[in-house]
Ligand binder design. Structure first.
Ligand SMILES: [Zn+2]
Ligand SMILES: [Zn+2]
Length: 176
């Protein structure tokens, strides 16, 4: 299979710069076969390209969607992955050079992919004891780890209330 590539001819970039948009197949991201990420859509891009004294400056955004496994409830879900602040600066030798942006695009998109994908911020995950998907209702397990987590958070909140923003006690400790 031929890899996808985004290659810019410096000679085609006018002095005032140019806008460039398009779409490349998902193979541009080179995900390994065994990746948890599936059904990656083509990668769309919208760039502004400038060629300034030996450097190609590219700014714009990248977007693709893919199917992930929720790291809490293991459900499959589709999410749009976006890098709205893509930037690449590549040196070129002369006006007849070509600049390959493929690895810049790949690196930026892979960084934008979530390390711990979550189907929704409210996802309750699986019960650590019986494995039930808690998004579909509670289980009968005696709440241990699940609820302890909240108790710990409550205690942390209480502790933080008694401290200033630097984590120091609000009032000076009275020396005994
Ligand atoms: Zn989930
Ligand atoms: Zn349970």
């Amino acid at each position: 299979m031929f890899g996808a590539a985004v290659i810019i001819n410096v000679a085609n970039v006018p002095e005032s710069g140019m806008d460039l948009d398009g779409e490349e197949p998902a193979t541009i991201l080179d995900f390994p076969e065994e990746s948890e990420v599936r059904k990656v859509s083509p990668v769309g891009y919208r760039f502004n390209v400038q060629a300034v004294s030996g450097k190609l400056i590219v700014r714009g955004c990248l977007e693709a969607s893919a199917e992930f496994t929720c790291s809490r409830c293991v459900r499959r879900f589709v999410q749009v992955v976006r890098d709205a602040d893509f930037k690449a600066i590549e040196s070129y030798a002369d006006r007849f050079a070509t600049v390959d942006l493929t690895s810049d695009i790949r690196d930026a998109m892979i960084l934008a992919f979530p390390v711990y994908p979550v189907c929704s911020a409210e996802c309750r995950g699986l019960c650590p004891q019986c494995g039930r998907d808690l998004n579909r209702g509670r289980c009968r397990c005696v709440s241990s780890s699940g609820d302890n987590r909240w108790t710990e958070l409550d205690q942390l909140a209480i502790k933080l209330e008694g401290e200033d923003t630097h984590g120091r006690p609000k009032k000076k400790k009275v020396e005994e």
